[in-house]
Design a protein around this ligand. Structure first.
Ligand SMILES: NC(=O)c1ccc[n+]([C@@H]2O[C@H](COP(=O)([O-])OP(=O)(O)OC[C@H]3O[C@@H](n4cnc5c(N)ncnc54)[C@H](O)[C@@H]3O)[C@@H](O)[C@H]2O)c1
Length: 332
């Protein structure tokens, strides 16, 4: 399939901008729609003069602006919905906005896709499983959330859980819906400020020689997934008419993640060894500070990706060492 009209909400963000680049390279007409709350127009520099690409600033809850976007695009075949308030610090500091944007943004874009009979791809999250007590994370596991009087962490995960409910409801009503859960995507555009995510924050600390904070002893594990692998998953999920088993993909919720389980301390050690082996980098390594960390941080987040492999032929192909080394070359 080529020459489709594709709306990417959150298109100036970390994953969204790379997805736009890939979709345009595959011959599609793409409109990136983003409030620039956390995304950057500079992420889209490579596309700015491309005839098949447009950027529009707008809020994903603003239905009139979304209609304008579809008019500019000349109709829509696929809605990739990635706009959301992401970044752990926001979940605690701005729970109201997280809930508002993440739930209402999904409801508005689902309605938009229904009105245009467009395929819909939701960016959900492993955090939809909440505390994720059962590992590996797979469909059918319990989705477990703690008492909201304790903390606001699950403003994000619970919003993604409700997004999945709304999307599955739409699928049962006949909309072609696919759900993707990326696991800790990382790459050069990942934000490394205090509202950012761990890999980029560690790189930022190394580059600026600021202390690295290890939360809760650094023993919690994650599955870090290279950005190109994540984008490939979104691409396959959105563009395939049928699964490899020749079934409909609608209503499928697929984990897209590396199965290399890595503790945060081991991530830090791998990074230090990468940087120490770079003979052209003469600066000292930063200090490590052990801090308490955020409430509600899951101890593990390991994906079972067998469904993505069976239905899409998707598998993570980049090792953590390879990805970190590409990222280091791009950032230093
Ligand atoms: N990065 C990951 O590892 C990861 C993991 C699981 C799920 N996800 C999901 O994937 C999607 C993309 O994540 P990302 O890492 O690129 O994050 P990101 O913050 O870089 O991208 C989200 C984009 O949404 C935009 N946005 C926020 N509020 C908006 C609003 N009201 N209207 C319009 N745009 C708005 C932001 O400006 C940003 O560009 C998100 O839905 C996120 O929850 C990401």
């Amino acid at each position: 399939m080529s020459g489709l009209n594709i709306l990417v909400t959150g298109g100036a963000g970390f994953i969204g901008s790379s997805l736009c680049e890939r979709l345009v390279a595959e011959g599609h007409n793409v409109l990136a729609y983003d409030s620039l709350f956390r995304g950057r127009e500079s992420n889209l520099t490579s596309l700015q003069d491309h005839a098949a690409f447009q950027f529009m600033q707008g809020d994903v809850r603003d239905v009139d602006r979304l209609d304008e976007a579809i008019e500019h695009l000349g109709g829509v075949d696929i809605v990739y919905h990635l706009a959301a308030v992401n970044g752990t610090k926001w979940f605690h500091q701005a729970a109201h906005s997280v809930i508002d944007v993440n739930i209402n943004g999904t409801l508005r874009t689902l309605e938009l896709a229904m009105a245009h009979d467009a395929r819909y791809v939701l960016a959900s999250s492993p955090e939809a499983f909440g505390e994720a007590l059962q590992q590996p994370i797979q469909n059918g596991n319990d989705m477990t959330f703690t008492d909201p009087s304790l903390h606001q962490r699950h403003s994000y995960g619970a919003s993604k859980y409700l997004d999945e409910i709304a999307s599955q409801h739409a699928a049962r009503d006949g909309l072609d819906v696919r759900i993707i859960r990326p696991f800790n995507a990382y790459g050069p555009r990942l934000l490394g400020d205090e509202y950012g995510q761990v890999v980029a924050m560690f790189f930022h600390a190394i580059l600026s020689n600021e202390p690295i904070q290890l939360h809760n002893g650094g023993m919690q594990t994650r599955s870090f997934t290279w950005i190109d692998d994540v984008v490939e998953g979104f691409l396959l999920a959105g563009l395939r008419d049928k699964s490899l088993q020749d079934d409909s993909l609608s209503g499928c919720a697929l984990n897209i993640g590396s199965t290399e389980e890595v503790s945060i301390q081991s991530l830090q050690e791998t990074l230090f060894s990468l940087v120490s082996n770079d003979e052209t980098w003469a600066k000292e390594l930063p200090k490590i500070v052990r801090v308490e960390g955020y409430h509600g941080d899951a101890a593990r987040r390991l994906p079972d990706c067998s469904q993505a492999e069976t239905l899409l032929g998707w598998k993570s192909t980049t090792t953590l060492e390879q990805g970190l080394s590409i990222m280091w070359s791009a950032l230093r």
